[in-house]
Design a protein around this ligand. Structure first.
Ligand code: ATR
Length: 284
């Protein structure tokens, strides 16, 4: 129960109504008996300055940041860690006695999600679809681990630019336009396919970024979409004997990293996963 000493964390964004993070974190606090509460804050773009002032004034221990504030929050923070700075976006803020510190846990969350499924990207060839915020977070994390990274994006120039930014990251990085030809060619010798586009996400559940016949059974297919739990891409992957991984693991693991920063405790990831899946199954 909320009391006078309850520590407050939350998430700022707009829209925020469908965020699964409040349920996920509050279930984890309750499970561990921590006197914390996670609150959704709907914040319009024009109100971000005041929202950050409010977070400090109300002594929030920290907060997640989601659309549309992930980039614009940076100018209000006291420090931004190297990873978030390179990505150019912050999704987690820690209030260290009035100093707001920004992090990006999406890429590490994706890496942890792969490892949980027994997949180690080290030395593997990765093909990633999309060059937006999620792709930036994942590619900046994986580029130094995998052996080859190819980025395909509908707007080809964004893939080329992202690949250029990643050139110093360690592995061979290439960026080009997403076409049937480039997809087919790149998939032949890829080990891991990662979809960061919104194709296949509710309500566009009949869409898939990849024709079924381009998939092969040795492929790991990681779709960061979690609504629906099984996208058409993942269903096709499962049907041909490839390994499907949905977006729940990334959501839980990015949250678990913030949870540890705010509480000092290891997050009970199985509880968080259970709540997320129950919430998604309860939806339309
Ligand atoms: P996120 O933070 O989830 O990555 P984003 O930054 O808006 O969201 O990026 C969305 C990505 O999905 C982009 O790479 C976008 O491609 P464009 O750069 O060409 O816009 C991609 N995307 C969205 N809808 C798509 C579609 N119907 N087909 C192909 N790519 C799509």
């Amino acid at each position: 129960m909320v009391g006078g000493a309850t520590v407050i964390v939350g998430v700022i964004g707009n829209p925020i109504e469908h965020s699964l993070s409040p349920r996920m974190h509050n279930a984890a606090f309750e499970y561990l008996g921590l006197d914390y509460i996670y609150v959704p804050f709907k914040v319009l773009e024009r109100d971000l300055t005041n929202a950050v002032r409010g977070a400090r004034a109300f002594n929030l221990k920290g907060f997640n940041v989601t659309i549309p504030h992930k980039v614009s929050i940076i100018k209000f923070l006291g420090a931004v860690d190297f990873r978030a700075r390179k990505i150019g976006a912050v999704n987690t803020v820690v209030n260290d006695e009035g100093k707001l510190l920004g992090y990006n846990t999406d890429g590490l969350g994706a890496l942890a999600a792969l490892r949980e499924e027994g997949i180690d990207p080290e030395g593997r060839k990765i093909l990633i679809l999309g060059a937006g915020g999620a792709s930036r977070a994942i590619t900046f994390t994986l580029a130094s681990i995998c052996s080859k990274l190819t980025i395909l994006n509908r707007t080809g120039i964004k893939a080329v630019q992202l690949a250029k930014e990643l050139k110093n990251a360690g592995s061979k990085v290439d960026g080009k336009g997403l076409t049937l030809e480039s997809l087919e060619k790149e998939l032949i010798d890829s080990d891991i396919l990662i979809n960061t586009t919104s194709m296949g996400m509710y309500p566009n559940v009949e869409e898939s970024p990849v024709p079924k016949e381009f998939l092969h059974k040795d492929l790991v297919v990681f779709d960061i979409v979690y609504n629906p739990l099984e996208t058409l891409l993942l269903r096709n992957a499962r049907n041909i004997g490839a390994k499907p991984i949905n977006g729940v693991g990334m959501l839980v693991n990015q949250g678990a990293i913030g949870f540890k920063m705010w509480t000092g405790c290891e997050a009970p990831k199985n509880i968080m996963r259970k709540v997320v899946i129950e919430s998604l199954l309860g939806r339309d």
